[in-house]
Design a protein around this ligand. Sequence first.
Ligand SMILES: [Fe+2]
Length: 213
Amino acid sequence: MSSLDSALRAEYKPSVSAVNQEATLAAKLQHQNETTSEPARSLSFQDLAEVLLAQQSVPSLPELERLVARTKISPHELHPYLGFKVGNYCRHRVVRNEFVEMLVLCWKPGQRTPIHDHNGSHGAVFVYEGILWETTFDYDAETGLAYKAHRELRDGGLTGSELPDIHQIGNPDVSGRDLITIHIYGPPLGVLKTYKLGSATIDLYTPADPDFL
Ligand SMILES: [Fe+2]
């Protein structure tokens, strides 16, 4: 792991009491799931954040997707993490520990990521509001990067990126509306690899620091 990676991963240190409270909630949820045949209860956005902070290992992509599918997000819970700017999309960190990270991203029309992979992390992306376009690519060291597929996700849509997915996501300029997405990565993102269409060159890219930590 690079020193930058280590620094990024060590950045968040929850208090001991907070960890204990979160572990209790996670244990309750786990116990409930194991001892009843009823559907798991829904989570608030704050519950989701606490369950993620209580993780003791990197959650799998199906686990992340199940957690997001159970979460009902109220506008007032999300409000502190909303904010847009001209130029680049905004990243707002909700929680981060050694194993997992959750961010809220806010995109004006036309704002998008570079073509990138997640360099060892998998991730779930949930569209809270707006329209997200995702383009995926195939990489070949001889022939370079090639277009693979395109898809659109609208309000309430959920997608996951397994390894070694290469993609570009963003708010299409033709959407005419803002986009708000929720991203959960396990382990937290470090330095990413970026690609260019038709090229075999791979560059490194560090996502912008969150606008709110
Ligand atoms: Fe991504």
